[in-house]
Design a binder for this molecule. Structure first.
Ligand code: NAD
Length: 436
């Protein structure tokens, strides 16, 4: 799908124009567009079915990141996020990456890990051996709980046993059930399988099955994106392409070496990842937990991504992280906005969604590093931040832009100063910016 070039850029249109442009560009029905705009989004009645004690719904901004090419396909990415600059940053970096051929992304088979903790085992070694000798029978039983998944080519794949030789409560066993959940996130499926297997596992091991729960360290289900940014795309203002590239590589070294920096580096990645995870109704706490646990897998928390110079001197980036997301089940199924987001991105499988998400994470990482390694993060951030401050100070729609501009020009982006300016304007109606 070629992204249409209109005389006005997408960001220059008003919201109604953007929606209508999106409708024709992605050939979306009015119903899908209404779900995306929130007009026909999640209702209070839907919410009442989803959680306990519901009293309403809570809205967040939804925007479209443009210029993404993932595995040769143009994708309009739906992002839900309250933080300014994220969608603009992703779109801009996707444009630089597009000049180098776009993102190349892969996703592992959708295998989740379910865990069982087995206490009061008389002999760990013997119990582990016995459990492994019953593997086929246990996997067969686990398959019987979800014939739909088995029909779709999913189901249990493996059973592993780990021994915890000493702990404050004594030794215990941990069983890992590896389960292919196809296009689902899989938590319900895996938890049901674990609870079904528990009595048999207890009988075979001679112990007592305690916890039975999915692991969010979904390291059998990794997604990986790589990209090459041509050196020529990196120069801007007075920054040479080489200085931007080398600055990004130096910033990367900092994140690899230092967990204080790595936490913020990875947070920048999650700005992009979470925004798509939320837009598609997926469980962002699960993805967050998996990402940070994976970042600490060596025993020391470090960067999820890497940036280096390739043979031609271009900037090469890669990001690998667990990506437990689905396109069926959970809120993806119930939330009209999530369904519409999947339609807009033309996603046909959980793997394809994972590939888009990890590409957005890499783009977001690049946006942050490029800014940090050159002009600093605040310059790009401030004009959007100033708009939020203007709104918080009570500016009307016709005043927001001018007030934000004045705050940026003064270099004082604070709500108290914004309120003062509004007060000055109200004292002097001639000076009030009515038309913008
Ligand atoms: P689900 O149970 O709603 O849907 C999965 C089911 O859909 C499968 O079991 C299968 O029968 C069916 N299905 C139909 N078509 C399918 C296809 N193409 N691929 C795969 N399955 C298909 O959802 P789920 O993904 O098992 O559970 C996700 C939910 O569990 C999320 O809302 C999450 O928040 C929640 N949860 C998470 C955790 C955790 O992360 N630790 C724990 C408990 C619950």
């Amino acid at each position: 799908m070629e992204q249409k070039s209109t005389s006005k850029k997408f960001y220059e249109l008003n919201m109604a124009e953007r929606l209508s442009a999106l409708g024709s560009e992605a050939e979306l029905s009015d119903e899908t567009l209404r779900a995306l705009s929130g007009e026909d989004g999640l209702t209070a009645a839907d919410a009442d079915h989803m959680v306990e004690n519901a009293i309403g719904t809570y809205a967040l901004p939804l925007g479209i990141a443009r210029n993404f090419v993932v595995n040769g396909r143009s994708v309009l990415v739906t992002m839900v996020i309250e933080e300014p600059s994220v969608i603009a940053g992703a779109s801009f970096m996707a444009k630089l990456v597009r000049a180098g051929g776009g993102f190349t992304a892969t996703a592992d088979a959708p295998e989740m890990i379910g865990q069982m903790q087995i206490l009061d085992v008389p002999d760990l070694e013997r119990a582990a051996e016995r459990l492994l000798s019953y593997k086929e029978e246990l996997l067969h039983e686990a398959a019987s709980i979800d014939p739909v998944l088995v029909r779709l080519g999913g189901g249990p794949r493996d059973l592993q046993v780990h021994q915890i030789a000493s702990s404050p409560i004594g030794p215990f066993l941990v069983v890992h059930l590896i389960y292919d959940v196809r296009d689902a996130m899989g938590a319900n499926t895996v938890n049901t399988a674990l609870e079904t297997l528990a009595p048999r596992v207890a009988a075979i091991s001679g112990g007592r099955v305690h916890l039975r729960i999915l692991s969010n360290l979904a390291d059998h289900r990794l997604a990986k994106a790589t990209c090459t940014v041509p050196l020529s795309e990196l120069a801007f203002d007075h920054f040479s392409a080489e200085s931007v590239r080398d600055g990004i590589i130096a910033a990367q070294a900092f994140a690899v070496a230092d967990p204080y920096r790595a936490a913020t580096h990875n947070k920048g990645i999650m700005n992009g990842v979470d925004a798509v995870v939320i837009a598609t109704g997926n469980d962002w706490r699960a993805v967050e937990a998996g990402a940070h646990a994976y970042a600490a897998r060596s025993g020391r928390y470090t960067s999820l991504s890497s940036w280096a110079k390739d043979k031609e001197g271009n900037l090469f980036g890669s990001l690998e992280m667990p990506m437990a997301v689905g396109i069926v089940g959970g809120a993806t199924h119930v939330h009209p906005g999530a369904q519409a987001a999947l339609k807009l991105m033309k996603v046909g499988s959980a793997a394809q969604l994972a590939e888009i998400i990890v590409s957005v994470g890499l783009a977001q990482n690049l946006a942050a590093l490029r800014a940090l390694a050159t002009e600093g993060i605040q310059r790009g951030h401030m004009s959007l931040h100033a708009r939020q401050v203007a709104i918080a100070a009570g500016a009307s729609e016709s005043q927001v832009n001018q007030l934000a501009d004045q705050l940026v020009a003064e270099g004082t982006i604070r709500v108290d100063r914004a309120a003062e300016i509004l007060e000055e304007w109200s004292q002097n109606p001639n000076g009030t910016p009515i038309q913008l």
